[in-house]
Design a protein around this ligand. Structure first.
Ligand code: TEU
Ligand code: CA
Length: 578
């Protein structure tokens, strides 16, 4: 199967088809429910493929649909080779995959192999006795020297988990601790053990044989740990920050190259691999994505989504400065310009809604959603659209902790209450940055439950679905949806969008993000006002034609000066030599 492209870039081989693709992320629980149980499912996704085709995307990335106790909404897998009954069956999956392929799209699976569920048979065996053959498939350690198991501080290291509390849980069966960087129900696999690695590779080949088109790899840069397990430097919570000892560990590149060899090498077909990598630097990212090294096609980096984290972490947010955002995005554009490749995203199921976080979801909702999309989609790299972003879905006015479902937010809230801190302050942070913001149902229409389910959704529908929904946007040329359609179409038709080089303009401007893209005599000039006040900038666009703008009518430039209204974004083009 090949994609319909007008693009015949000589620097891009067929195997690098993903360089001109647009990916759409589905969080299955919240996408579309077919049977009224309030939880999205595979038949629901099948029934909404028109929406994706209309948008123009090439690839779907499905967040996990495997068997799972759902402690972390499917990122805790108990069977890698089956579908969770809440989402459907393997037959439903095959049907979905066939439909997706028939419509000329591809489908990428989420691969969660830093950890399994504690209900996975591998872990059940591993915990059963100290000499079980699978004991070494996970990280088991005795209590710290001089401590009895269960004593305060007896954990083998002082590391704090991503979801609050220690990363070690004592298992009564053998009196030893096991490692879990996330929830206790997500024990970390021991990638030092070759049996683990080969079991994972075999599972990946099984999915490729079934027809899937690649993998998004969950926290894949955490799989190689420092095997001496040193304590971390003390953090704000009193526990230690173990991150430097398990992120980008000593064998990470070796493991990625081995996976590439064992899973992808020598196969026909066009795959996409993207590694999710908290804390990855651009220097590492170049190594991971340099095609000559045969590791990954691209990575998800976190620099731009950590800019508003304060000294106490994500729930200690600080205001985001546009100048920081510009500098960060620009740095990744520049540094992954020749070797390596960027993935481009503003939101996903772990992040708040991008229009609420980076834009102005009040007075300038439509303008800011379209301006942010313009900036992102005209970058070099592979853009990812998170479900609902294409209609400008916003953060959610969660009233109390009862409205929350996410384990990370709930743990943070409970910890706040337990330590006598202000619960309202915790709720404010959660409303601002909590993951549930992105997990409320996709707003299909203005009906009850936003057209998501005929029952009651597992998490409350955002009340703004009465005016913010897909049905109301399809035929409105000024809508967020139609703007996304046009941006995606530009990537499809103009090779400069996917392949042009990048040059930052107005680097020191505090609010306006501007850059040039250039390829074989075609130049794009992108300029966007990322603030809710008017901006005047010195930018000569005399030799350019306006290709797309998010605000009409626009004020033409005079004497090399551009006047941009709040969140106004324009794309100019010229094909004449300059
Ligand atoms: O996320 C990893 C990650 O580092 C964070 O984004 C995390 O979700 C958390 O917000 C840190 O504060 C991946 C998945 O995308 C996420 O949904 C899972 O919960 C996590 O791994 C564990 O599998
Ligand atoms: Ca359902």
């Amino acid at each position: 199967m090949t994609l319909t492209r007008t693009d015949h870039d000589t620097t891009t081989t067929d195997a690098q088809w993903w360089k001109s693709a647009v990916v759409y992320q589905i969080y299955p629980r919240s996408f579309a429910d077919s049977n009224g149980d309030g939880i999205g499912d595979l038949p629901g996704i099948r029934s909404r493929l028109d929406h994706l085709q209309r948008l123009g995307i090439d690839v779907i990335w499905l967040s996990p649909i495997y068997r799972s106790p759902h402690a972390d909404n499917g990122y805790d897998i108990s069977d890698y080779q089956d579908i969770d009954p809440v989402f459907g069956t393997l037959a439903d999956f095959d049907g979905l995959l066939a439909d997706v392929h028939q419509r000329g799209m591809k489908l990428v699976m989420d691969l969660v192999v830093n950890h399994t569920s504690d209900e996975h048979p591998w872990f059940r065996e591993s915990r059963s006795s100290s000499d079980n053959p699978k004991r070494d498939w996970y990280w088991w350690r005795p209590a710290r020297d001089g401590f009895e198991p269960g004593d305060p501080g007896a954990e083998p290291t002082n590391w704090e988990s991503f979801f609050s509390g220690p990363t070690w849980t004592l298992d009564p069966i053998t009196g030893e601790y096991y490692l879990h960087l996330f929830d206790p129900k997500q024990p970390d696999l021991n990638w030092e053990n070759p049996e683990v690695r080969h079991a994972v590779y075999a599972m990946m080949r099984w999915w490729l044989d079934r027809g899937v088109d690649g993998f998004r790899m969950d926290v894949i840069n955490l799989i190689s740990k420092d095997t001496t397990l040193p304590d971390g430097a003390p953090g704000a919570s009193g526990l230690g920050n173990g991150f430097p000892h398990y992120a980008n560990g000593p064998r990470i590149h070796e493991f990625m190259q081995e996976m590439h060899r064992e899973v992808f090498a020598g196969r026909d077909g066009q795959y996409l691999t993207v590694g999710e990598m908290p804390g990855v630097t651009w220097q590492d990212a170049v190594l991971f994505t340099d095609p000559a090294r045969h590791e990954l096609d691209m990575v998800f980096q976190f620099e731009h989504v950590n800019l508003d984290h304060g000294p106490g972490g994500k729930f200690d947010p600080r205001p985001l400065r546009v100048s920081d955002l510009k500098a960060s995005l620009g740095r990744w554009q520049r540094e992954l310009g020749t070797a390596g490749w960027n993935s481009l995203y503003l939101g996903n199921h772990d992040q708040p809604r991008s229009v609420s976080r980076f834009g102005d979801d009040g007075a300038h909702w439509r303008e800011s959603a379209t301006a942010l999309a313009t900036v992102l989609h005209m970058h070099r790299g592979t853009p990812y659209v998170y479900q609902g972003e294409e209609i400008g879905m916003t953060n959610v006015p969660f009233a109390t902790a009862e409205d929350l479902r996410d384990i990370e937010s709930l743990n943070h809230y409970r910890k706040t209450v337990a330590t006598g801190q202000d619960p309202e302050r915790a709720m404010a942070a959660i409303r601002h940055i909590g993951r549930d913001n992105a997990r409320t149902p996709v707003q299909w229409d203005d009906g009850p439950q936003a057209g998501f389910t005929t029952g009651t959704a597992w998490i409350g529908v955002n009340p703004n679905h009465t005016w913010l929904n897909a049905a109301g946007q399809y035929d409105d040329p000024e809508s967020v949806f139609c703007h996304y359609q046009r941006l995606i179409e530009l990537r499809r038709t103009l090779p400069v969008v996917a392949h042009g080089d990048f040059q930052m303009l107005l680097a020191d401007h505090p609010a306006v993000y501007a850059y040039q893209r250039q390829r074989e005599g075609t130049t794009l000039l992108v300029v966007a006002n990322l603030a809710s006040e008017q901006a005047d900038v010195a930018l000569d666009v005399e030799h350019y034609d306006l290709l797309l703008s998010n605000i009409e009518p626009y004020t033409p430039s005079t004497n090399g000066q551009l006047v941009l209204t709040p969140w106004e974004a324009r794309i100019y083009i010229t094909t004449s030599p300059r």
